[in-house]
Write a protein that binds this ligand. Sequence first.
Ligand SMILES: [Zn+2]
Length: 61
Amino acid sequence: MPMYEYRCTKCGRRFEKLRRFADRDRPAECPDCKSEESEPQISCFATGGCGAGAGGRGGFT
Ligand SMILES: [Zn+2]
């Protein structure tokens, strides 16, 4: 199951969730403010493009 990155449109927090591809575009609950007003971000995991050498997994260092 791939990891997707979201950004909360209420508090601006970025967070990641493991989701099925079919659920990617559905809102995810923010761990801070519990809002579901979040938007999916382009993920390093999904594209496999960035951060391969820096810190190992990209995104979080
Ligand atoms: Zn939030």
